[in-house]
Design a protein around this ligand. Structure first.
Ligand code: AMP
Ligand code: GLY
Length: 430
C-alpha cells in the first residue's frame, strides 16, 4: 500500500513513523512534510489545500490511501473532492467529508449537534449581528468567567475567556464586527465549565469505532499553565483521572451518541474524532470536537499503539473496524515540545538545530524543521520545532527521560516546558 499523509507537523511525522512499522506499507509520502518525515518517507512539495496538485501527486505515485492530518483541508472538503472525482474515488480518505468536518469547522454546528443528540456540553447561545441583543441578555444571565467562541476556524485563537461582563460584552461586539474575520461573524457564548481537561480519541468508519489512548495536553506557553495559549507544549498518556469508570461514561454519553448521530445525519465519517473533554466532578462534558488527531497528542499516543496502524486505517476506510483489535502498550508516554524563541507570538526561524544524534531512549518527531541542502543541516522553520517522546512504566520515568533528552537538542532561542505531566505525577500521590 502506498500512503500519502497531508500535513507538516509532529502529528504527521508520528503517523508516518507508525505507518513505517507496518509490513502492509510499501511507500509513504508526506505533503509537504518536514525534515523528519523525509527520513521516514518522501516529502512532496504540495500545499495541503491545493486539491488539484494533491490529485496529480496521488496519480503519479499510485497512492492507495490518503490520510489527512490537519483540519483545514477537511473543512474545505477534500474527502468530498476525492469522492466526486472519477479517478480519485478509488482512493479512500481518512478524514470526514465536509459536512462531518463541520463538527470542528463550525462551533455552532457542533453545539446544535450535541443538543440534538443529548451529548453533555456547556449551555450556549449562537449569536450573529441579527440577535446581538439576545446575546447580551444571555451573557447577563451567566456568571463570570465568560466564554466566547468564534464559530469558524481561527487557527486555535478563536476562544476568548473574559473575567468581567463588560469585557465580555465588548469582546462579543468586536468578534461579531470581524475580530477574527468571517470566522467570528457568528459567535457561540458558552457557560464556563470548571474541571480538568483531557483529549479522548476514536477512529470511526461510520458504523463502528475504536477508542484510542487518551492524553492530556499542556496548552499554555509557561510552566504551571501560565501565559498565552499555544498549539500545545507537551502531552501525557494515559490520563490518570480518566479511569475505567470515567471512560465508560465518555463512551456511553459522548462517543456512542456522536457516532450514532453522524450516521443518523447520513454523514460519511471515516476518520478520527478528537473529543476535548472537561471532567466536571467525575462527569464528562464536551468542550470541543476536532475531526483529526491532536498535536502533540498524536506524538504521545501513537507510540503507545502496539497494533498495526496501516491495518487500522485500512479497516476504517473499508468499514471493517468492528473486526480490528486495538492493542496498547501498558507503558506511559510523555511528550515534550521544543519551540522557537518568541512563540506563540513572532518567533525566530532558520536556526541550526544541533544535538539530534545525542538523543537516546526517546522518539524524536519533527514539527517546524527543514533541511538546508546547502550545508546538510536541519533548521527551525516554525513555532513548534521538535517533539521528544519517552515511554516508561511510570509517568515520572517517562517525563524524566523526555526532559533530559529535550535538553540535548539545541538551537538559538530554544524553549520547552519542564513541568509537563507534573500534575499527573502528583495526582498519583493524592
Ligand atoms: P477550544 O478551542 O474550544 O478547545 O477552547 C480553548 C480552551 O478554552 C479549552 O481548551 C478550554 O481550556 C477553554 N474552554 C473552552 N470552552 C470552555 C468552557 N465552556 N468552559 C471552560 N473552559 C472552556
Ligand atoms: N493539541 C490540541 C489540538 O491538536 O488541537
Amino acid at each position: 500500500m502506498n500512503i500519502l499523509i497531508l500535513g507538516s507537523g509532529g502529528r504527521e511525522h508520528a503517523m508516518a513513523w507508525k505507518l513505517k512499522q507496518s509490513k502492509k506499507v510499501k511507500k509513504i509520502f508526506i505533503a509537504p512534510g518536514n525534515a523528519g518525515t523525509n527520513t521516514v518517507g518522501q516529502n512532496l512539495p504540495v500545499d495541503t489545500d491545493d486539491f488539484e496538485q494533491i490529485k496529480k501527486v496521488c496519480i503519479e505515485n499510485c497512492i492507495d490511501l490518503l490520510v489527512v492530518g490537519p483540519e483545514v483541508p477537511l473543512v474545505k472538503g477534500i474527502a468530498d473532492y476525492f469522492l466526486n472525482d472519477t479517478i480519485l474515488r478509488a482512493i479512500p480518505v481518512i478524514g470526514p467529508v465536509g459536512k462531518g468536518a463541520m463538527l470542528e469547522g463550525s462551533k455552532a454546528f457542533a453545539k446544535d449537534f450535541m443538543l440534538k443528540y443529548g451529548i453533555p456540553t456547556a449551555g450556549y447561545l449562537s449569536v450573529t449581528a441579527q440577535n446581538l441583543d439576545e446575546g447580551i441578555s444571555f451573557l447577563k444571565k451567566l456568571k463570570a468567567p465568560y466564554v466566547l467562541k468564534a464559530d469558524g476556524l481561527a487557527a486555535g485563537k478563536g476562544v476568548l475567556i473574559l473575567q468581567s461582563l463588560s469585557e465580555a460584552e465588548g469582546a462579543l461586539k468586536e468578534m461579531i464586527n470581524g475580530k477574527f474575520g468571517q470566522a467570528s461573524a457568528q459567535v457561540v457564548i458558552e457557560e464556563f465549565l470548571t474541571g480538568v481537561e483531557l483529549s479522548a480519541f476514536v477512529i470511526t468508519d461510520g458504523i463502528s469505532y475504536k477508542v484510542l489512548p487518551s492524553a492530556k495536553d499542556y496548552k499554555r506557553i509557561g510552566e504551571d499553565d501560565t501565559g498565552p495559549n499555544t498549539g500545545g507544549m507537551g502531552a501525557v498518556s494515559p490520563v490518570v483521572f480518566a479511569d475505567k469508570k470515567f471512560m465508560d461514561k465518555v463512551e456511553e454519553c459522548i462517543i456512542i451518541p456522536t457516532v450514532k448521530g453522524l450516521s443518523k445525519e447520513k454523514i460519511d465519517y471515516r476518520g478520527f474524532i478528537f473529543f476535548g473533554i472537561m471532567n466536571v466532578n467525575g462527569d464528562p462534558f464536551v468542550i470541543e470536537y476536532n475531526v483529526r488527531l491532536g498535536d502533540p497528542e498524536a506524538e504521545c499516543i501513537l507510540p503507545r499503539l502496539k497494533s498495526d496502524f496501516a491495518e487500522m486505517l485500512n479497516a476504517c476506510a473499508n468499514q471493517q473496524l468492528a473486526d480490528y483489535r486495538i492493542e496498547t502498550d501498558d507503558r506511559c508516554a510523555v511528550t515534550v515540545m521544543l519551540v522557537s524563541g518568541g512563540y506563540p507570538d513572532n518567533y525566530l526561524k532558520g536556526k541550526t538545530i544541533s544535538g539530534l544524534k545525542e538523543v537516546s531512549d526517546c522518539i524524536v518527531f519533527h514539527a517546524g524543521t527543514t533541511i538546508d541542502f546547502t550545508n546538510e543541516t536541519i533548521k527551525t522553520s516554525g513555532g513548534r520545532v521538535i517533539a521528544v517522546t519517552a515511554l516508561d512504566f511510570s509517568i515520572e520515568g517517562a517525563k524524566k527521560t523526555a526532559t533530559a533528552n529535550a535538553e540535548k537538542i539545541n538551537y538559538e532561542g530554544r524553549y520547552f516546558r519542564k513541568d509537563i505531566a507534573n500534575d499527573l505525577i502528583n495526582y498519583r500521590l493524592i
